[in-house]
Design a protein around this ligand. Sequence first.
Ligand SMILES: [Zn+2]
Length: 335
Amino acid sequence: MERDGERVEEAKARLITELQLLSTITSKIKAFGLFEIKTTNSASWNSILSLRPLAQSFIFCNVNNGENSWFWYDRWTPFDQLINFLGPNGPRDLRIPTSAHVKDACSASGWLLSQPRSDNALKLHIHLTTITNPRHLNEQDSYHWCVDGRDIMGFSSSKTWEALRPRATPKDWFKEIWFSGAIPRQAFMMWLANYNRLPTKVRMSSWGLNVQTACCFCNNNEESRDHLFLSCPYTISLWRLIFARLDRNRAPFISWTELLSWVRVSTSAAPNILKKLVTQSLIYNTWRQRNSANHHNGFAPPQTTFSTIDRDIRNVISARRHRKKFSSLIQLWIQ
Ligand SMILES: [Zn+2]
């Protein structure tokens, strides 16, 4: 056991040293150059280069004049690398070549992208309307080492390790989120929300993006994950309608941990599986309404969103009613 511990420590120290070296190199040369460096006969150099994909997940490009940033390969929007976000047909669909810099995708009068052909392309178009046209800026683009979406002003081995290390708690949560009978797209959204990975306005702003952070529902608070899903008056109305069915005397959640604890506990009136379905549906549908509002299409009143949640729950229970776990849920939900 002790030797295993030593080996883990040794591997950790080596990984951190190599990442630190990579981050130093990155601050000197632009990101794409880094990813073009060829392997050599040196084992330690090759070992460092093999970490490029890992390092890439920490490097965020702050676009100014768009001269150095690569449109498809740098991470400069909330959508990660655009080549992954829009897929291999992206360059053809948007008519932006894979070798383009960000500045090549715009002229002094605006962006030169073709009309969007997919939801993701539409999201990109919408995002681009929120940032300043690089052709109007003189400052050079810059690259930053970011952990959990925050620029940590240089390399920090402890923060980087904290983001990389396998953690015990998420493993516990795996079962709670990816359970048999869950609606995959809703479970995925819950998974992102649970790790605070959804591009809320507060997170986008922390990446240096020029966005208004006010919540689109109440316009009264910053749009963080916890505000959006727990304490916004819009969501509180949804939770009230849910509590009226599952947990009558329940007060609104004041923290994400409190929500998770509530979901975990099974009672005869509200088995854990029903709470999980309801929570995932609420998060999914609230996020949809939030996107609709942010894209200037307005949002449905809470009662309408609750009807959608209600329909989701009824459909999922009815499709799985032959399973033992689901057979009694409908009475509990519609009572
Ligand atoms: Zn709000």
